[in-house]
Design a protein around this ligand. Sequence first.
Ligand code: G3H
Ligand code: 13P
Ligand code: NA
Ligand code: ZN
Length: 328
Amino acid sequence: ALISLRQLLDYAAENDFGMPAFNVNNMEQVHAIMQAADECNSPVIMQGSAGARSYAGEPFLRHLITAALEMYPHIPVVMHQDHGSAPSVCLRSIQSGFSSVMMDGSLMEDMKTPSTYEYNVDVTRRVVEMAHAGGVSVEGELGCLGSLETGMAGEEDGSGAEGVLDHSQLLTDPEEAAQFVKETGVDALAIAIGTSHGAYKFTRPPTGDILAIERIKEIHARIPNTHLVMHGSSSVPQDWLKIIDEFGGDMGETYGVPVEEIQEGIKHGVRKVNIDTDLRMASTGAIRKHLAENPKNFDPRKFLKASTAAMKDICKARYEAFGCAGHA
Ligand code: G3H
Ligand code: 13P
Ligand code: NA
Ligand code: ZN
């Protein structure tokens, strides 16, 4: 059944668990996320980015998720729009049936230029008014995703601030967060703690100076009733990295957010954990391996099945690690 983000995260807070929110672009990802949820009895958050909407087309993306609802009626599913760049984008998603939207007012509409606090409050508050009128939840974002090592947003090809960000933009201020939640009425707040989108988050296994889990604790202490969201939270699995590079890839050395650090966040108010890159890596690694080991195969279903199975393993591991398994 389709449920709103607020309904799910209120329940998650009462029961002290966190939810992975997986980005979806194609049928194999939806299958993997739902098969894993079905096996471990977990609720689901699936989210579509602007890139996903332009890749699949909005109707295909929406129907992939509604197909999941039809096939798994016993699993609660949130259909969430990721990183809306403007109120008009969120309105379109509300109209097309999403149960949750993100208004990312931390950046201007170009999704590259950091915005002012006043701009962010203005666009986010407008989305909250529209969305809440229809029972749709809203995620806002305060602070800019980006690396504390380099000040860069990290994403090679997609959205993210352009140029070098300073330290104060890279870490959400607890006092400003309290003000922002009060002024906008958001259901969940994405915060900046040194993570960035994509596979190149950290040049070494992260320590407290470059992954600010302590900042989550400070924000949670200030706004204990606000559901916190971690973006850029792929763990960049080293086993898949190795397989990709062993079978013709060239991703090089890089590190993500360790699952144990996410678990620490979940103890301190993090309820939604955005994951895209990990499923991309599992899919790519499994396909590279399958084709290298089966040079005669030309049936895409065979390597796409390998892709689905690899992604499903990651989904199951996250449902279990974040505590949502058993809560469908
Ligand atoms: O927002 C970041 C997600 O990883 C989506 O990326 O825009 O390439 O679909 P994308
Ligand atoms: P990753 O690139 O770490 O998977 O982050 C995804 C994300 O934050 C989507 O909004
Ligand atoms: Na989001
Ligand atoms: Zn994100």
